[in-house]
Ligand binder design. Structure first.
Ligand code: FEO
Length: 396
């Protein structure tokens, strides 16, 4: 096999497409699978950018040896130590005993912890360049995108940014390596879900990373997941600016609720109809027995309004609601407006814990919490309808 897929004149591209994975980090559903990307620059010196999950070591090494075509591997630059990218480092060292491993102080501490490697390493900072012949690679620290050791590399010759997890998405590449070879109709939503799920807690760090990247002239972005960006760079950077600032992309309402026997489900449906009838086009419904927290986090990043509706269970919130609310609190997504509905049979009392979550999330409450006893009647259905109008008016 002669491996010759390139993103520019000097940079090879390798994508290992994982179609068996069901949950990334054993948390986030991956119905389209996952791609782990690697890049190799051949100059006077050769540089590999990151490795791969150990399951794909052999395939990466085969492609890489083919691309090297007999040349030695001089450097491995480690942008990120999460094992989906660093898992094969010790095997790479076995194959290329002389490869110098390049990372920052935090990277090197993790390299020792995960792989017990302390020799043949080069510690860099943002002032240290790495000359590889016709160019000097620059390093840009991007802590918390997504771990503290993360850094980017900038290749000034090809004007390429190697961006670690940033600008990545869930999903295999299926032959389309560049953004313009992919349908943005699935890539951008999966980039949002990836960012919001994986990095979403660290908005201020995202903005700092973007600020540093804005100082560079960038023709190509090479992330560790998802397509290489060369055509839609402004689009993905614009979205990252919104996501980092927790600014909703669109006006809309995400109804997050639970229902055991369908009564709260009927309330949520009636409310959705009222919101839509009062002029709000974007209404997304998540019954938490059937939706995942991953989808909810992504939708809450996208839209400006939320409704929380929970039945009472053992005198508390229905458990899946507690889980999704805890995951939202852990992301800390401010700047949303939210209405509350509590339901139950003999003592509906979930309005108070839902209001406490709204306070923790620093969301603005729309109207008064609504209480539904058992099922909707004429009085409560009117109250639900009116709440729908209030929500639509508040969001519009
Ligand atoms: Fe793709 Fe944070 O690892």
């Amino acid at each position: 096999m002669r491996y010759n897929f390139k993103v520019n004149d000097s940079t090879f591209y390798f994508a290992q497409n994982d179609r068996k994975i069901e949950l990334f980090e054993h948390l986030y559903p991956t119905p389209r699978g996952m791609a782990y990307n690697n890049y190799l620059i051949k100059d006077e010196k050769t540089v590999l950018f990151d490795t791969v999950d150990r399951e794909f070591s052999e395939r990466l090494f085969g492609q890489q040896l083919s691309a090297l075509d007999g040349a030695p591997l001089d450097y491995l630059v480690v942008h990120h130590m999460e094992p989906d990218h660093s898992g094969s480092i010790h095997l790479l060292r076995t194959l290329f005993p002389n490869v110098q491993i390049v990372g920052n102080k935090k990277t090197l501490a993790m390299l020792k912890g995960y792989h017990n490697i302390t020799e043949g390493v080069i510690e860099v900072d943002e002032k240290t360049g790495l000359n590889i012949g016709s160019r000097t690679l620059q390093f840009v620290f991007a802590p918390m995108l997504h771990w503290p050791e993360v850094m980017f590399t900038y290749d000034p010759l090809e004007k390429t940014l190697f961006s670690a997890d940033a600008f990545g998405c869930f999903g295999t590449m299926d032959g389309g390596y560049f953004d313009d070879e992919q349908d943005m109709g699935w890539v951008l939503p999966e980039a949002r879900r990836y960012y919001s799920n994986i990095v979403g807690k660290y908005g201020s760090f995202t903005l700092k990373g973007l600020e540093k990247a804005s100082q560079l002239e960038i023709k190509t972005i090479c992330p560790l997941h998802g397509p290489v960006w060369r055509t839609h760079i402004a689009d993905i950077i614009g979205l990252y600016q919104k996501w980092g600032a927790y600014e909703p992309e669109e006006k809309g309402v995400v109804i997050i609720y639970g229902s055991m026997y369908g009564n709260t489900d009927e309330v949520a449906d009636f409310l959705a109809r009222s919101i839509a009838a009062h002029g709000m086009k974007n209404v997304r419904m998540h019954h938490m027995a059937h939706s995942t927290a991953s989808e909810v986090i992504s939708d809450v990043f996208k839209y400006s309004g939320v409704v929380l509706a929970s039945p009472t269970y053992n005198n508390e919130l229905w458990p899946p609601m507690r889980y999704v609310l805890d995951t939202l609190v852990s992301r800390g997504i401010p700047n949303r407006k939210c209405a509350i509905i509590g339901s139950g049979t003999w003592n509906p009392n979930t309005m108070k814990p839902l209001a406490e979550y709204v306070e923790k999330l620093k969301w603005e409450q729309i109207g008064e919490p609504l209480k539904i006893l058992m099922s909707m009647d004429e009085v409560t259905s009117e109250a639900v309808w009116n709440l729908g109008k209030q929500i639509a008016d508040a969001i519009k």
